[in-house]
Ligand binder design. Sequence first.
Ligand SMILES: NC(=O)c1ccc[n+]([C@@H]2O[C@H](COP(=O)([O-])OP(=O)(O)OC[C@H]3O[C@@H](n4cnc5c(N)ncnc54)[C@H](O)[C@@H]3O)[C@@H](O)[C@H]2O)c1
Ligand SMILES: [Zn+2]
Ligand SMILES: [Zn+2]
Length: 338
Amino acid sequence: MRGIVCEEIGSFRLRDDLPEPEAGLGEAIVRIRRVGICGTDLHAYQGNQPFFEYPRILGHELAGVIERIGENGEGLRAGDPVSVIPYLHCGSCVACRNGKTNCCTRMKVLGVHADGGMRERIAVPATHLVKTEGLTWDQAAMLEPLAIGAHAVRRAGLLPGEDVLVIGAGPIGLGVMAFAKAAGARVIAMDINDERLAFCRSWAGADETVHALREGQDRLAELTGGELPTAAFDATGNVRSMEGAFERVAHGGRLVFVGLVKADLTFRDPEFHKRELTLMGSRNATREDFRHVIETVRSGLIDIGRYVTHRSDLAHMIADFESWLEPETGVIKAILEL
Ligand SMILES: NC(=O)c1ccc[n+]([C@@H]2O[C@H](COP(=O)([O-])OP(=O)(O)OC[C@H]3O[C@@H](n4cnc5c(N)ncnc54)[C@H](O)[C@@H]3O)[C@@H](O)[C@H]2O)c1
Ligand SMILES: [Zn+2]
Ligand SMILES: [Zn+2]
């Protein structure tokens, strides 16, 4: 079987002798057709993802077709097009028992803690497949990154018409914006990259954009009648942005950290206290979020065609990959076709 293995930091190898996956109890064999590439893959390749073990087959944004499947409670059959929910949860820990499978204490993510989908076939528990009839392969592969944003928006419980700030206009922040718009919010996008801010307007339908360095707080206040947004999402993964975000939210508002950073964050308690701020983490997504994303994509509200900016195949990906690390290439999302 063909596939690409990340053998060590900075080194991929195309192989045609990978062992075929074996389906364990309750598992299906999926023929992979698309793999979305994301920051996690870039970090694994560059070696700044400390818990990564090598060799590893990357790839967790997956679409394909079921080749083999046994009896299952999901109504799935061979031949069904599917997307993979790559977060393998334990089902019995405190988070799982409370329905929060997205933050399982024993989480194993395919392509991160276990081998992922940059190969022709993978074994996946049937419980972690969602049928994607009517979607293109590209759309089906983009459900995972979009579900991250959908989950964060669901966490915040947005109300129609409220002013919402989304800081960070990468693939994750863009998804947050799209689902905040779908929830009826007025979206203010903030970033430090003008091209990405322009894309927020044209792709995600952001109502306003603010350049975090050139404009900042005064502009944000001006856009919200001096009151500031009632909900803010930080999707930068940048310490200074996340720390600053505490002061960008209205009194009584909520702040959701979708982005994450391996660092300590500090904030001024009086700013937090006087606002009675609600601070939330947001990790991964659940099956419910995947379903919501499918419906939203089906309704035509999300243009996957322009979200995917770069593509490659097994034969060329290793050469193309380095360029996807450079923002100058205008990359939002790269996709591997198999
Ligand atoms: N919640 C989850 O489960 C989950 C899943 C995947 C990724 N993430 C995290 O989401 C974050 C975003 O991921 P991405 O792939 O979109 O990243 P990205 O690097 O493509 O995008 C980040 C954006 O933030 C902008 N930015 C950086 N510093 C800024 C600042 N000070 N002020 C304003 N904008 C700033 C950048 O210009 C860029 O457009 C990362 O931290 C990533 O680890 C979270
Ligand atoms: Zn991803
Ligand atoms: Zn669990």
